[in-house]
Design a protein around this ligand. Sequence first.
Ligand code: BDP
Length: 587
Amino acid sequence: MLKPQRNSVRELVSLDGFWQFRRDPEKTGEASGWPAGFSPECELAVPGSWNEQRSDLMYFFGCGWYQTRFAAPAQWAQRGAWLHVGSAQRRARVWLNGKAAGSHRGGCLPFECNLWPFLHAGENLLVIEVDGSLDPWDLPPARLLEGEERAGFHNSNPAVTYDFFPYAGLPRSVSLQLTPTPTRIETLRIVPRLAADGSEAMIEVTVECSGTSGPRSLGIDVEIDGITQQAVPDSTGRAVIRSSLAHPRLWDVGQPELYVARVSLHAAGRALDAYEQTFGVRTVEVRGDEFLLNGRPVFFTGFGKHEDFAVAGRGFFPPLVVRDFDLLRWIGANSFRTSHYPYAEEWYEYADRHGVLVIAETPFVGFNTRMYCPEVIDRASGLMRDMIQRDRHHPSVVVWSLANEPDIDTAEGDAFFRRLATEARTLDPTRPITYVAHREPENNRPMDCYDLVCVNKYYGWYEQPGEIAGSLAAFGACLDRFRAAFKKPVMIAEFGADAIAGVHLQPAEMFSEEYQADIVAAQYLEARRRPWVIGAHVWAFADFKTAQSITRVTMNRKGVFTRDRQPKLAAHRLRELWQQPALPAEV
Ligand code: BDP
């Protein structure tokens, strides 16, 4: 599936705006005929999570029905028309004019439905049922099973298995993609390979088209940097086109050199479809103790983040993207991790255009051993494939993180993480892979088949609370244990402390801005004593909403920025550390 776009052939109709909404706590909507339209209870903004838009929806985790109307000109009857839903949290069913058009499970990735068979000339009624229920078998598992324990989470409301609010609704854009006929470009895969001396890049473009049966002779053109190559798709609609770029400009940190592949599909001189895919040429490699970007070592500075903002919830909000990247630049960070799920595609595109590195993460968070059963494993493997296919063209994405803090412990868990690693490498042999560990090396045996070790550790917070200096030896020893066990580069993917903005204490104590600033600076410098540590991501970029619990003062306050994106003391301290041309002499 390709992200919808507007170009010389494709038409894009946004359905974003105010949709009519109605709760369906008893799940009787379908039996009551709501697929053909329902009387609304209120209006909600799309994109946007429903929770913070209205007080009565804040803790509503049931089924909610959305409907909107759009007018279709008569000529759409001959066209291809697809509905694209950026994300529905957490399950969706779609009807157009009362006819079932599709369904999807999982809230972090897009899905589409072919609307063409159900489209009317004139007014159309689109209805989407979004089931925001907290399902313990979702990816991520949205809640614990009765009697199940997971440190820190069994007593939260709602009892989710992870430390972020389980927002529901339609948090990303909804649109219609129209092509001149139902025949279209379905998928694209662009793989650039740089010659060792950098003088040339071979670009392999694989195109898959649909609706190719019939007598028409189809042709595909691919234009890159002014040079056009042509091909004829085979009987399955597939074509592989090779092109080359002489002396390619390399994408790098702060150097966002991008290329565009312009792909067009035609028959007898008529354009059937076209797609413009941006990509970059660069190399990434883990070699010895180093992470190499274009052959040069990189040290990752930055954060784990969330898609989270007041009122919008997890809803996509373009000014926030601009603001967050502005703050990353201000503070001197070169990277972030899409903890703990794939984000809206616009985040990666912005990173591509501004030369920021991304560690792209699956939504496999909150996993305990019950998750490693065949049905979940197959679903997880399909979801990881969808994520890699969606995000593989971003030069900013330099590492795939396949999970956050899984409890592995069983043979099934071990097999699951080995299988994920093998499948990720098959889907994308060009990027290093990792997963983020939180326990000890012996609890993370499959890490031996990943390229780099990522570790989350909260010494001075959950362990040795209140001790900054005292935490350093334990923190350093933990990094050393991972290094000794796996002999791979290590990245500290999360460390930090909660700070309530405005709380100042001398001497520094937990929850004060001073404590957070001191601990992140001290641990950052401790990590940097080790030449094989290749990155330090502070948890978190900004404060974010969580479930209610006695460990969270209305939200997780480990943000270096507040939820409304203002710096705490730690932000100023990191800015000093990250903007120095060289590390302080004592490191
Ligand atoms: C880590 C999790 C992260 C939490 C963080 C915390 O990866 O999602 O928000 O702890 O407790 O274990 O603040």
